[in-house]
Design a protein around this ligand. Sequence first.
Ligand code: DAH
Length: 345
Amino acid sequence: MELANLQELLNSALKDISEAKNSDDINNIRNAYLSKKSALMSMFSLLGKMDPEQRKEAGKEINDVKVAISEKLEEKQKDILAKELEEKLNKEKIDISLPGRDFSLGGKNPFHIIIDEMTDIFLGMGFEVCNGPEVETDNYNFELLNIPRDHPARDMQDTFYIDENTLLRTHTSPVQARTMERKGGKPIKMIAPGKTYRRDDDDATHSHQFAQIEGLVIDKDINIGHLKATLELFARKMFGEGREIRLRSSFFPFTEPSVEVDISCMNCGGKGCSMCKGTGWIEILGGGMVHPNVLKMNGYDPDKYSGFAFGIGIERVAMLRYGIDDIRKFYTNDVRFLHQFKKKI
Ligand code: DAH
């Protein structure tokens, strides 16, 4: 290959480039003129045989041609790519008339919906939310709540034992003792929602696993009026403004006096119906004034402090609220049941 052909080669490349129509043409031209084996590139090998003066000049000439071809080729390639993209976009249209693919979101279990609702009501009254373990010690679950080992009240709360001193908690009341210990004699206003366990035979109203919300308020000059007002407000927020509550005397080892709390039936308004078994009242929780022994055992001076406490069965509230007839439905995960509580979005 002679150097004299350089101009001819450039002309022919520029002509080919100007006639290129697509990316394939561009690739072919690049191969023909700029690949290692191309005529232009092989001219570089002639340089070695030249004397230095000549070599410098010839090298520059060959390189100028190479740069000129490369630049033109690149310019043309850009034009072609833009054109090809435009053609492609014109051809491909998205059919927005197709319906989108349906996707389904999960929903909250009614059990959690009701816990959130109950918690919100108490947060609104200034309660804080506390927690305790579900695997509990005999000491917190019984002893510190004034239920010693030989107390007959233990018979009502048989549970699952891990060993002699460790058990699945039978109620959320141990969180009372734990919170008193943690607060070290300072005022308390807390609720503690959570799971509880008992060795019950499962039926429509009993489940070996269930849940409660515990409440505990300790301060100076707390009296049973505070308990009543708090629970009345709760009942009205939960079951409607017209609800009345009544306190009946009862017994719990950790409260004195102890009460069962009934609300006026939300079905018949208190006249008597099948839901309230003709009485006009429905029992929803237990409570009372914190027993002086419990205050003392947990580091509070009963001469200075008093308090009230209560325990509400969560499923029971949900069953009354939603008209659910079987407690086991909360735990069997039947989607036909769960779907009814799914929020529409
Ligand atoms: N722990 C009791 C139970 O499970 C419920 C209860 C009653 C809790 C009275 C209290 C209370 O805090 O004061 O049966």
